[in-house]
Write a new protein. Structure first.
Length: 424
């Protein structure tokens, strides 16, 4: 991938259908559950990206075999909850799911494990997960200030019991605990302190666990969980297309006009990010919700007030659309986005201002007031979502150049090829 990518404006309304690659979030959850299962699982619709690669490499270093089994398919030889390796040094890049899920997973082993990543990973908090695991009898220590990786785990199995975990930084802390819990020595009771962000991702975790035979009861508001020592059973599991990736194509229709249909997703998908289409609808688009596809048709866009706490990974997508709306758009509920691959409020605001918008930052979001758009070189901060969302601006505004477009390999290596395919 070159150092920069110049987006080509489209000449007319879009008319396209596309099926994005498999969900990163589901792929990494399915890999963890399959790895802990008794027997051999087959996963189809798997996403191949940096985030899933470091997960697979990490499992391999733990002695769990993950092998190709056809196009977008993997075979996983489960360990039955017994981690084979007695020690491992795991490099997890900048994958939040991988470091948080594998930190919990390795507490089930017996031995010494260390997890580290790129410099930005050493700024991404994991201390609340470590505290909860220690409350369950593990020995987990964070080396960097503020409770950040590298993480050291001296494992002798996970005793279990009761623990509380903070909910307002990342739902991945809770998801990691939940997935390890069925293989603990005793049942696990989990409670959430404060507001739980990104609740659909926790509901997704529970559904993937159940597909692999684990049991668990959750309060209706996902504030507490009771998980017995059921272990996991191998299964054949199909992964649905990535809804966060789909958001860029739906937003392309909003920005460029015309219709884009994403195949393989419905409003019943495991991924809450399909509800980004509700935001687009509030901003003036027309949405057609089908049994196995969702279509968005662009319309006259207007600003809106949007609480995106449950679908915060698509906030950058909506921010790009907001540049073409009549009036300001306020996005709330995404304060935790400052702790992602980059500060997805502060750094996003910098790039939106380059493009001509007025942006007011808030503790939990931002207000975007569109102005006269202008060409810009957009910095991406090694954040795949920054690159993919702000590339959409170039579909109408000439002169938009995305710097370091290769960062999309984190979750969507072929993004720019697919973007060109729907705009051809």
């Amino acid at each position: 991938m070159p150092d920069s990518y110049a987006v080509k404006p489209v000449s007319g309304p879009l008319d396209a259908r596309i099926r994005p690659p498999g969900s990163k979030s589901i792929t990494n959850r399915a890999l963890v559950c399959a790895a802990l299962a008794q027997g051999r699982s087959h996963l189809t619709g798997v996403l191949h990206s940096d985030d899933t690669r470091v997960m697979i490499e990490g499992l391999g270093k733990l002695g769990i075999a993950v092998e190709p089994a056809g196009d977008a398919s993997l075979a996983v030889e489960g360990c039955g909850g017994e981690i084979p390796a007695l020690e491992a040094d795991l490099f997890i890049g900048n994958s939040g799911t991988t470091v948080r899920f594998l930190t919990a997973l390795v507490t089930l082993g017996h031995g010494a494990f260390r997890l580290d990543g790129v410099p930005r990973m050493r700024e991404r908090p994991i201390g609340d997960l470590a505290d909860a695991l220690n409350a369950l009898g593990a020995k987990v220590q964070c080396e960097s200030p503020g409770g950040c990786p590298p993480v050291e785990v001296h494992a002798n199995g996970l005793p279990g019991g009761a623990a509380a975990v903070r909910g307002d930084i990342s739902s991945q802390f809770l998801s990691g605990l939940m997935m390890a819990a069925p293989c603990a020595d005793r049942p696990v009771e989990l409670s959430v302190n404060g507001e739980l962000v990104s609740k659909p991702y926790v509901a997704m975790t529970l559904e993937v666990m159940r597909a692999f035979g684990a049991d668990g009861a959750a309060a209706d508001d996902l504030s507490s969980f009771s998980i017995p020592c059921s272990g996991y059973r191998a299964c054949d599991y199909a992964i649905e297309p990535d809804a966060s990736a789909a958001s860029y194509f739906w937003a392309a229709a909003a920005i460029a006009g015309g219709t884009v249909t994403v195949e393989g997703l419905s409003m019943d998908a495991l991924q809450g990010d399909v509800h980004v289409v509700d935001c687009l609808e509030k901003m003036g688009c027309r949405v057609e919700r089908q049994a196995d596809a969702i279509s968005v048709t662009g319309g006259s866009l207007h600003g809106a007030e949007l609480d995106m706490n449950a679908i915060s990974d698509t906030a950058q997508t909506i921010a790009a659309v907001a540049l073409f709306a009549e009036g300001p758009t306020t996005i709330t509920g995404i304060g935790h986005n400052r702790h992602k691959e980059t500060d997805r409020i502060g750094d996003l605001a910098v790039e939106l201002r380059k493009l001509g918008a007025t942006v007011d930052e808030h503790d939990d979001g931002m207000t975007i007031t569109p102005g006269s758009l202008r060409p810009a070189e957009v910095a991406t901060y090694d954040d795949h979502r920054m690159a993919m969302s702000l590339a959409l601006v170039g579909l109408r505004q000439p002169g938009v150049v995305i710097l370091d477009p290769g960062c999309t390999s984190k979750t969507y290596p072929e993004f720019f090829r697919d973007l060109e395919s729907i705009t051809a």
